[in-house]
Design a protein around this ligand. Structure first.
Ligand SMILES: NC(=O)C1=CN([C@@H]2O[C@H](COP(=O)(O)OP(=O)(O)OC[C@H]3O[C@@H](n4cnc5c(N)ncnc54)[C@H](OP(=O)(O)O)[C@@H]3O)[C@@H](O)[C@H]2O)C=CC1
Ligand SMILES: CC(=O)[C@@H](O)[C@H](O)COP(=O)(O)O
Ligand SMILES: [Mn+2]
Length: 383
């Protein structure tokens, strides 16, 4: 059982739910990290008493240092500070729940320091999957999935006798708030409408990704790296209720699924306690309360981001990093009211097409450069 956690992104949706799990399991917190939410970080420092707190934003870090001067916590800042939290000597698990590909370098730092990583930050694997998985193998570090679908697959695989018996991974997708709509229906949708996820209460970026179904595309790439499966063996089925969190199919066509209420504290807790299980704050699933569960084919025409990610993983190399970087910027532009909902998918496609077809990814700089050039492409295209 883990004793002390370092939590990157502690003020976010996954971070605060992780701290809820930590309370229930009576674990210690060695380090906390966030971007700029010093008010919540101060509360967390006072409750969990970490040795270290990292604040990415320099001026927010200065503010926090003054606010918690009466406590022994060490305050650090910037990427260096985030990496110090990621390599925390006293931590036996780093839970990475920062949003976006800014989580890549801290993940690699944690792995380099020999720390197991519970990974919610899917953009890290999408952009830098080959480097992350190779570093994990070299350092004998475990990457434990937190993302609900990947936790489901991981849980189903606990009984898998041999990898070659596994035929397919089936990821479930809620379909988001715009399930069943055509492209014409989506021309005018607002950020407010896109932020209404039917089943999950999450941070803004992943909620928009769910609405465009980019999230499911990112998750195909994430699954491909985590479970060493080609994208051709990863299917997506729309399941409106988000009760079946994902499935695996064996050679003999037997399908194993993991089910539960849509509450991230189940996969978060499993990532922390694996391979053990403990009582959880989440309620029991009552299938009779649901009555029926529904399943549909995804609509790749309307939700073009899903098609873009399939294309990215098939192209390989730096294409997924480009698709991810373009999407991160496009989502922000949409939330700021500067582009329309449908432009997100268009820009992701175009930024990826604009990326030279480079197959070999030999360094973090390759990924950071592809990410930067995709972001610049989107910003220039929008003007
Ligand atoms: N929410 C969910 O249910 C799920 C989320 N995920 C994935 O988990 C990740 C986090 O999502 P979610 O919790 O929803 O996101 P939120 O937006 O709610 O939280 C993001 C967290 O990251 C921190 N952060 C952002 N930028 C930086 C930075 N540069 N340095 C340090 N910390 C930073 C934020 O700090 P601050 O508050 O100061 O801005 C905040 O703590 C994403 O990759 C998402 O796709 C996966 C499955 C489910
Ligand atoms: C909770 C979680 O894991 C999210 O990634 C969720 O899957 C989003 O829902 P969609 O299935 O709508 O993308
Ligand atoms: Mn998910």
């Amino acid at each position: 059982m883990r004793r002390c956690l370092s939590i990157l992104g502690s003020t976010g949706s996954i971070g605060t739910q992780t701290l809820d799990v930590v309370r229930g399991l009576n674990l210690k917190v060695c380090a906390l990290a966030a971007n700029a939410n010093t008010a919540l970080l101060e509360e967390q420092i006072r409750e969990f008493k970490p040795e270290l707190a990292a604040v990415f934003d320099e001026s927010a870090a200065k503010k926090l240092k003054i606010a918690v001067a009466d406590t022994p916590v060490k305050i650090v800042s910037g990427m260096e500070g985030l990496c110090e939290a990621a390599a925390m000597e006293s931590a036996d698990l780093i839970l990475n729940s920062v949003v976006g590909m800014v989580g890549l370098v801290p993940t690699l730092t944690a792995i380099g320091a020999g720390k197991d990583v519970a990974l919610a930050n899917k953009e890290t694997l999408v952009a830098g999957g080959s480097l992350v998985m190779e570093a994990a193998r070299k350092n004998s570090v475990k990457i434990i999935p937190v993302d609900s679908e990947h936790s489901a697959v991981f849980q189903c695989l606990q009984g898998c006798p041999e990898k070659k018996a596994l035929k397919r991974i089936i990821l479930t997708a809620s379909g988001g708030p715009f399930f069943g709509k055509s492209r014409d229906d989506l021309v005018q949708v607002t950020p407010e409408q896109a932020l209404k996820h039917p089943n999950w209460n999450m941070g803004a970026k992943v909620t928009i990704d769910s609405a465009t179904m980019m999230n499911k595309g990112l998750e195909i790439i994430e699954a491909s790296w985590l479970f060493d499966m080609p994208a051709s063996k990863i299917s997506v089925v729309v399941h409106r209720e988000s009760v079946v969190h994902s499935m695996i199919e064996y050679e003999d066509n037997s399908v194993i699924a993991q089910l539960g209420l849509p509450d991230m504290r189940i996969p978060i807790q499993y990532a922390i306690t694996w391979p053990q299980r403990f009582p959880s704050p989440v309620g029991q699933l009552s299938l009779t309360d649901y009555g029926k569960l529904t399943f549909f084919e995804p609509d790749l025409q309307t939700f073009s981001c899903l098609a873009a990610c399939k294309n990215a993983i098939e192209r390989g190399g730096l294409a997924p990093a480009a698709a991810n970087g373009a999407n991160e910027v496009a989502v922000k532009l949409f939330l700021d009211g500067r582009i329309s909902f449908l432009q997100i998918g268009d820009l992701v496609h175009r930024a990826m097409e604009n990326q030279p077809d480079i197959q070999s990814v030999s360094s973090v700089d390759d990924i950071l450069n592809a990410d930067r050039s995709a972001r610049d492409y989107v910003l220039n295209a929008v003007g």
